[in-house]
Design a protein around this ligand. Structure first.
Ligand code: ADP
Ligand code: MG
Length: 764
């Protein structure tokens, strides 16, 4: 039972006010066929729209079942339109991009009815209007009469109590009009049908009651309802459209404009392609750099010396800071001093005998060699042109891992043996020349040669090592070097050293060893020397004295500094059997990892001052180079990110255009009960589809592009398969594409949902 009381409705256009309905009151029976007649502009459509909940009245009341609608929420109006009202329009208002069946199903879809039930009910309704054979056609494949039948089927399918028809035959020829009227009359047996028309004849022939309107007022009513009519109970079921239905609707819409959707998706996929390519390249380069580092840098020794650098975050950032410091490369002409501690935080290592044992216990299978370094002085003499003179090689020492046969694996893989052989005895030493076959001029002249020397001449050179007791002589409490060098040169206790071979860093190891030159001797030479010198007179004397036995300088042994000085002096004389530093050469990358974790283990549960921190040069290089790579990647991604944002703005514009194009559809959906939210969903579904396709397309294109990109990189650098698209990155990018397009389309979707349904229906 439907009733309107004193309804007023006016439209404002500029200053002009059009009173479309002026104090209209009407009551309707549960079953009757009411025809509303009146000239154009008399307010018929406005009345119908207010009755159908499509438009709102300014004042008065619409009473459903004796209940006022003044306090109806949007949700109630939507539900009312969906399951109490069926609309039939003059211009049919079918959604053109979906089938006849889907059009009829739509209001059931909105009320969340299962697919099977939906289908059955829609087919039943279409059968009733005689369109059983046309259900899979699109609306534009039907005649006008047939389209109006579809609209009637749609209005009936939800079994509403009220059918509102606005000039349903206005666009049809008279013969078809009669068929449609018969159909509507049939419906009115069970329902309240209110039909607007300006065809008096049709109204008289079919309607049971005729209401005449003029200028927004009712001027006559042929069969007014008595005051106390009984009302019937309505139940209003709330409506809701699932995202899947919205997706389906938008998918069908998109299918009708495949070309445009494809171009949109393609354009907006450019950002995705860019980022995907950059990620796959940096991903691939990371892998290649790691491989390279594992191959070459693992040859770099792990150094344990007086001072260590631990690669914690603080140190790494200090190193980066040091490299990219603004005050680097000053233009002034001043030289200043620096302390190592000022640049990078270093740790002072206290290498004990216990640690020496620990190092000696490293699994031999992991190492290509170890060099034990001592601060002991080598008392060396050479005879140049029959003149004996001291030779100082402490600045030329290269800590190569020379030991017996098997350990030369390291030398063989990193150095070329130019002449002679690797040392096989403790008194044989190795000469290393740099990539230009050079050694320092200091070393060359000390050995008695001017600018050049042939390999053979050098290999014949003899160097004498003199033990402390023969080298130093005691005078009173002091010691001096024996001045008779000829005599000590010829002492039979001496060790005669010879250069057994000349090596040069391999060409492909240029970065690692290309510019080193000098002498390298075996650990067992030092063992031999220290074993004897540790018990020499000078060591014993120095141990017992509080002054320097060579210079007479006093030590104040209450000072740490002087204790240190004395200790250094003793080490110089060869007191200590504990090495001062170690060079550990790993066999390969995996071994390096094992060695460093073995070294780390030593530090567990130790006080900071007792910890021994090693220097892992390869790790330092890797860390620094890795962050440079990361920085480049971030910059490139930022650029592509911009194109991604631009493309999502583009999607926003395209969605807005789509909103404009689909205004009519929005009106239709609202008329059959879609909520504002459902309209938002329809457009979100559309952007979702575009976002998904642009993401998928972008990934596909980026993947295809990696093939030629890899070919080019292979030609340029000899590196194979650098660009690899990580599947996780691909998934993330597709998600990002969807999210960005959804954001881009959100505003237009909101605009769509806010459209006035009456106006939306009026657009063509
Ligand atoms: P009918 O259906 O009887 O031809 P309508 O109900 O459509 O008449 O219109 C009644 C009056 O209200 C007309 O004068 C029309 O111009 C005016 N009107 C209807 N809708 C609007 C609107 N959205 N804005 C301004 N005026 C309107
Ligand atoms: Mg009208």
């Amino acid at each position: 039972m439907l009733e309107i009381k004193n309804i007023k409705k006016s439209y404002h256009t500029g200053d002009f006010v059009q009173q479309a309905l002026d104090n209209v009151s009407l009551k309707f029976r549960n079953h009757e066929f009411v025809a509303i007649l009146g000239p154009s502009g008399s307010g018929k459509t406005t009345l119908l729209n207010i009755l159908g909940g499509l438009d709102r009245y300014d004042s008065g009341d619409l009473i459903i079942n004796g209940k006022s609608t003044k306090k109806f929420t949007d949700a109630y109006w939507d539900a009312y339109r969906n399951n109490c009202i069926g609309f039939i329009f003059q211009s049919y208002n079918l959604i053109t991009h979906i089938s006849v069946l889907a059009n009829v199903e739509m209001s059931l879809t909105l009320s969340g009815i299962s697919k099977k039930e939906r289908r059955n009910k829609a087919i039943e309704a279409l059968t009733k209007v005689g369109l059983k054979d046309h259900i899979h056609k699109k609306p534009n494949q039907l005649s006008g009469g047939q389209m109006q039948r579809v609209a009637i089927a749609r209005s009936l399918v939800n079994n509403p109590d009220i059918i509102l028809a606005d000039e349903p035959t206005g666009a049809l020829d008279s013969k078809t009009s009669i068929q449609i009227m018969e159909l509507i009359k049939d419906i009115s047996k069970e329902k309240l049908v209110i039909m607007v028309t300006h065809n008096e004849e049709l109204a008289k022939n079919y309607a049971s009651r005729i209401v005449n309107m003029k200028d927004g007022k009712i001027i006559s009513d042929s069969d007014e309802v008595e005051k106390n009519a009984i009302s019937k109970e309505y139940k209003i079921r709330k409506t809701k459209m699932s995202f899947l239905s919205a997706l389906n609707l938008s998918f069908n819409n998109i299918k009708t404009k495949k070309g445009r959707t494809f171009l949109t998706a393609l354009a907006s996929s450019i950002g995705i392609i860019g980022i995907a390519l950059i990620l796959s390249l940096s991903n691939g380069f990371d892998i290649k750099i790691n491989e390279f580092e594992q191959d070459s840098l693992s040859n770099m020794p792990i150094i344990i010396a007086e001072q260590g650098i631990s690669l914690d975050e603080e140190t790494i950032s200090a190193m980066q800071e040091e490299i990219s410091n603004e005050s680097n490369y000053p233009s002034n002409e001043i030289i200043s001093a620096y302390q190592l501690e000022e640049t990078i935080p270093v740790h002072v290592n206290n290498i004990t005998n216990e640690y020496y044992e620990y190092i000696k216990n490293i699994d031999e299978r992991l190492i290509a060699g170890i060099t034990y370094g001592y601060y002991t002085n080598l008392n060396l003499l050479v005879k140049n042109n029959n003149k004996v003179m001291p030779l100082n090689i402490s600045n030329s020492f290269i800590p190569l891992p020379i030991k017996d046969g098997s350990y030369n694996e390291y030398l063989e893989s990193n150095y070329d043996l130019l002449k002679g052989s690797y040392p096989t005895k403790s008194n044989e030493i190795l000469l290393v020349v740099d990539m230009k076959n050079r050694i320092s001029s200091n070393l060359l002249t000390s050995l008695g040669f001017e600018d050049e020397v042939s390999f053979d001449e050098l290999l014949n050179k003899e160097i004498k090592f003199v033990f402390n007791d023969d080298y130093y002589q005691k005078i009173g409490n002091y010691f001096t070097i024996n001045e008779n060098l000829d005599e000590i040169y010829n002492n039979e206790n001496n060790i005669t050293l010879t250069i057994s071979g000349i090596v040069r860093g391999k060409e492909d190891k240029e970065v690692l060893v290309g510019n080193t030159s000098g002498l390298s001797y075996r650990d067992d030479l030092i063992d031999e020397i220290i074993n004897k010198n540790a018990h020499s007179e000078i060591v014993k004397a120095q141990q017992a004295s509080d002054f320097n036995v060579l210079t007479g300088e006093k030590f104040d042994l209450s000072k740490d500094e002087d204790i240190e000085k004395k200790e250094q002096l003793l080490n110089y004389f060869g007191q200590s059997k504990t090495p001062a530093y170690f060079y550990i050469y790993p066999k390969d990358f995996a071994s390096k990892e094992n060695i460093t974790s073995y070294l780390d283990e030593y530090n567990e549960n130790k006080n900071d001052e007792d910890k021994i921190i090693y220097i892992d040069q390869s790790e330092i290089l890797t860390t620094l180079s890795g962050s440079i790579m990361d920085a480049i990647t971030i910059v490139l991604i930022a650029f592509s990110g911009i194109s991604l944002v631009v493309s999502s703005i583009m999607i926003g514009i395209i969605t807005y255009i789509s909103v404009l194009e689909r205004t009519k559809e929005i009106g239709i959906l609202r008329a059959i009960g879609a909520r504002k939210k459902d309209i938002t969903r329809v457009f979100n579904a559309e952007t979702f589809i575009i976002g998904l396709s642009s993401g998928l397309l972008g990934i596909l294109i980026a993947y295809l592009l990696t093939i030629p990109v890899n070919n080019i990189i292979y030609k340029l650098t000899d590196l194979k398969g650098v660009a690899i698209l990580n599947p996780i990155h691909a998934l993330i990018l597709i998600t990002v594409s969807i999210i960005l397009t959804l954001i881009g389309g959100a505003i237009p979707a909101k605009i769509a949902s806010k459209k006035d349904p009456v106006e939306a229906l009026r657009t063509e």
